[in-house]
Structure formats: structure tokens, C-alpha cells
Design a protein around this ligand. Structure first.
Ligand code: GLC
Length: 469
């Protein structure tokens, strides 16, 4: 793909500059390296941010940093049952970590959200970690790393956290607000698509990585039991297209009993049909942002939809329809900078009630309808998977014109993504890595197999159960 060599070189040098060393060995990348702003916690290595860097390193054959990262973060995983309840839960992976001290006295300090703004829980970290471990194994062929007892234990702890008894009736994962890339209050508490897509990918990864032995038996079974119902639930209940809109519009409500059709008691009046009927193209569709009791969040969330395509959580037909929607609604979703984190933005009373009046998340800014260049690689992945490469080429060309000139910002503001984000960091590592990764993936589409999964056939009425069954 025709991106100037000089631009790629500049990005690669910036990525190398972001590397963090621990006892002389590379272990991760800082979130941003902006000399003009107070670092806050951007000088730390975030698990979710590092995945973009790690996939670039893997494609480039620089596997050592990824292995070190996987080993070190595994050591940071919360392994003790804590009874003071303000400590990270058993099995949780940190949001970020930092190297402290100098020389031989260096140490790694993890942040599980206890210092983060809003004390948000990084539910996505463990899920990304599993996806990255599987990518590492795919690229290097080194399954022995994942088979080490410490790694097998780490996987079991993550599964324990996700699959054991819980206060929930759905196959999806119930999480608090801000538990993922959107790490501030944004009205996504419950069963947000982003977490479900990562959860599905993580379960598929665990299925490949867990050894079949007595210790793992229970977990292997729990994973196998969960995959099919989770997939069916998302495909059936989160899906929105012209046909589904008609069904939802005419829903009966207050149905009691197991046979009820409108299972989640969605009131038609809560659905923004006015914009949806115009916005959803005839052939397109997408997975809704969230589903709960009398709640269907119809916002489009990019990461969840794109990762649902990459992991085959979405069916083949749905994957093509999502890409069709992105192409038809390019003006809203890509416009002047790929791509919108969610669409549309929350405004007025919705913004007040759902973000808690967060000025950083005012309409069309940051998480609330801002544009995030890191999403470019996920767009490229989805485009390759569905054979719609032209949209990724276009998006990369748009990004290539501005990213370097603008200093690789974290995000962009405005309905069209024209403005550099009001509080955006410059030299944001996942912006740089996301761009490089998108280009690399387009050049070597076969590399996508490190993070994609083939579809699995789910029996129409197959029943799943959870670990507690
Ligand atoms: C912001 C983003 C979060 C990211 C972090 C570091 O908090 O919302 O997703 O991990 O910055 O870049």
C-alpha cells in the first residue's frame, strides 16, 4: 500500500522511542510521550494500549518485547484473595504498570484502577492479555510459553473471574461503567459490546491455549459451554438492521414466562427510531452497544463492532452488513479522521445524566463521539476479513495526511473529526502503532490470523451453562 516510506520510518522511530525498559530489557511502551504536557499516568504502560504496539512488534519479528510483557504482566496479576475489598479482585490484570527505581533496584508497580480517575476497573486488560498471548503463540509457534504452569494458572484465574457464579442471567459479562477503552462514565455499564467482543475472543484464545489435564478440566468445559450461548445471544439480540427495527417497533411488552418474544422487555418508545430509520442503510446493520432489562443502547460503538468481525463473534452475514454500514455512513464514522469511537454523541440531558456532566466527554469529544486513530487497525482487520479493503485504504490515506503533521494525537474532536482533541496528548503510542499496524496488515493480510478466529457452528438450540452449573 502506498504510504510514504519516510512517514512509516518516522512512526517506527516514534514507536521505538516509547519503549520502556526494565532491568535492561524491553517490557512495554508508554501510553504517550508528549514533552509539552504533564505526564499524569501516560508515562505508564497500559495493557490495552500495548496490544497495538505488540502486534506491530510481532509482525516485524520483534518478539522479545512481547514475551517479556506477557511474563511481567502475568507476575502482576492479582493472585491473592483479598478480604479488604478495596484491593484488586483475584485474577484481575492491571490497567497499567510503571517501572520504578533505578539500576538493579528497579521494580514494577501495577495500577489496577485504584489510582485511576474515577477508580475504574480494567475488565478488558485480562481479555486483551489472553488475545495477545494467543497472537504471540501464533506468530512464534512457541506454545511452550503458554503451556508453562504459571501461564496455565494465569489463564485459569482469568476464567475464574469471568465464568464463576455471578448475579446475572445472561451469557454476556456484566461490568461497571468505564471498564474498557472508554474508561470514564459514558452510560455503558451492564453488558457493553466492547467487553463482549473481547470476552468472546478471550474465550476462543483460552480454548486453544489450555492444556487438557485434570487441573484444567473444569475450565475447559466452562469455556466450551459459554462460547456458543454467548455468540448466539450477541448475534440474535444485539443485532440492528432494517428488518430488526421493524420487529422492535412492533414489540409487545410486559410478557411473562419463558416463551416471551420480547425477552428483555424493550419498550419501543425508548428506541430512537427517528434517526435509526434514516441512518441504517437498506443492506447494512450493526451490533448495538448494550443490552439489559428494558435497555437497548442503539449507539454504534466501533471497537466492539470491529472486534466482533475479527473474532467471528458476528456472523459472516452480519460482518458484511457492518462493513456496508461503515462504508455507507463513512461521512459520520470516518469523515476527516478514522474513526469515531461511538456514534452519535450523547447530548443535553443524556450527556448530563449518563456522563455525570463530564466536560472531557462533552458531545463530539473524547469518548463521546470523538475520533480515535488507534481504531484504524481494527478497521483494517475487519476490512481484510470481509474483503472490503477499499475502505481501509481510504481511511489510511486520510490518516496519513494528518497524523504526523498533527503530532500523532490521541484523539480528534468535532462531528467530522476535524479538530485535534482538546485535551489530546501528542505522540500517543497507540495512535502511532495503530497507524503502522493498519499499514502492515494491509501489506500482509495473512498476519491477521494472529488475532482473528474462524466461525464456529453453533447448534440452533444448543444450550450452554456456566462454571457454576
Ligand atoms: C485514556 C483512554 C484509555 C487509554 C488511556 C491511556 O484513559 O480512555 O483507553 O488506555 O488513556 O492511553
Amino acid at each position: 500500500m502506498a504510504v510514504e516510506e519516510a512517514l512509516l520510518k518516522e512512526a517506527w522511530l516514534a514507536l521505538e522511542k516509547s519503549i520502556i525498559y526494565y532491568l535492561g530489557r524491553p517490557v512495554g511502551t508508554v501510553a504517550a510521550y508528549d514533552p509539552e504536557m504533564d505526564a499524569l499516568n501516560y508515562d505508564q504502560c497500559f495493557i490495552r494500549d500495548f496490544v497495538s504496539s505488540a502486534l506491530v512488534f510481532l509482525i516485524k519479528g520483534e518478539t522479545e518485547i512481547v514475551r517479556n510483557f506477557l511474563e511481567k504482566t502475568l507476575r502482576l496479576q492479582a493472585k491473592e484473595r483479598q478480604w479488604d475489598f478495596f484491593q484488586p479482585g483475584f485474577g484481575l490484570m492491571p490497567a497499567s504498570f510503571k517501572v520504578e527505581g533505578h539500576g538493579v533496584t528497579q521494580d514494577l508497580r501495577a495500577d489496577f484502577g485504584e489510582r485511576a480517575i474515577g477508580r475504574v476497573t480494567p475488565v478488558d486488560s485480562s481479555l486483551w492479555w489472553l488475545l495477545l498471548l494467543r497472537a504471540y503463540v501464533k506468530v512464534t509457534g512457541d506454545i511452550s510459553l503458554a503451556h508453562q504452569p504459571s501461564f496455565q494458572k494465569g489463564i485459569r484465574l482469568i476464567l475464574d473471574l469471568c465464568l464463576v457464579s455471578r448475579f446475572d442471567m445472561y451469557p454476556t459479562l456484566l461490568v461497571p461503567d468505564g471498564a474498557c477503552m472508554i474508561d470514564r462514565r459514558m452510560g455503558i455499564a451492564g453488558h457493553p459490546l466492547e467487553i463482549q467482543a473481547l470476552f468472546y475472543g478471550a474465550l476462543r484464545a483460552a480454548q486453544e491455549l489450555l492444556l487438557e489435564n485434570e487441573e484444567n478440566q473444569y475450565f475447559v468445559q466452562a469455556v466450551n459451554n459459554r462460547i456458543a450461548p454467548l455468540q448466539r445471544h450477541i448475534r440474535d439480540e444485539y443485532w440492528l438492521d432494517a428488518e430488526r427495527l421493524n420487529v422492535i417497533y412492533r414489540y409487545q411488552v410486559e410478557e411473562y414466562g419463558e416463551e416471551s418474544f420480547n425477552k428483555f422487555n424493550i419498550y419501543s418508545d425508548s428506541i430512537p427510531f427517528d434517526w435509526l430509520v434514516n441512518w441504517i442503510p437498506e443492506k447494512g446493520g450493526y451490533l448495538a452497544g448494550n443490552l439489559g432489562p428494558s435497555q437497548l443502547d442503539c449507539r454504534f460503538f466501533a471497537l466492539g463492532n470491529l472486534m466482533a468481525i475479527a473474532t467471528s463473534l458476528a456472523s459472516d452475514h452480519q460482518a458484511h452488513a457492518i462493513m456496508e454500514l461503515i462504508i455507507q455512513r463513512q461521512g459520520d464514522l470516518i469523515s476527516q479522521m478514522p474513526m469515531k469511537i461511538c456514534f452519535p454523541a450523547l447530548e443535553n440531558s443524556e450527556w448530563r445524566l449518563l456522563t455525570g456532566c463530564d466536560p472531557k466527554n462533552r458531545p463530539w469529544s473524547y469518548h463521546n463521539g470523538g475520533s480515535w486513530p488507534v481504531l484504524l487497525w481494527m478497521l483494517a482487520a475487519a476490512a481484510i476479513k470481509t474483503g472490503r479493503k477499499e475502505i481501509a485504504y481510504e481511511a489510511i490515506a486520510i490518516a496519513a495526511k494528518r497524523l504526523s503533521q498533527d503530532g500523532w494525537p490521541e484523539y480528534y474532536d468535532g462531528q467530522s473529526g476535524r479538530l485535534i482533541g482538546k485535551e489530546a496528548r501528542k505522540f500517543q503510542t497507540w495512535t502511532i502503532a495503530g497507524f503502522l499496524l493498519a499499514v502492515e496488515l494491509m501489506n500482509r493480510p495473512e498476519a491477521l490470523s494472529m488475532l482473528s478466529f474462524e466461525d464456529v457452528i453453533v447448534p440452533p438450540n444448543g444450550n450452554g451453562s456456566s462454571l457454576s452449573d
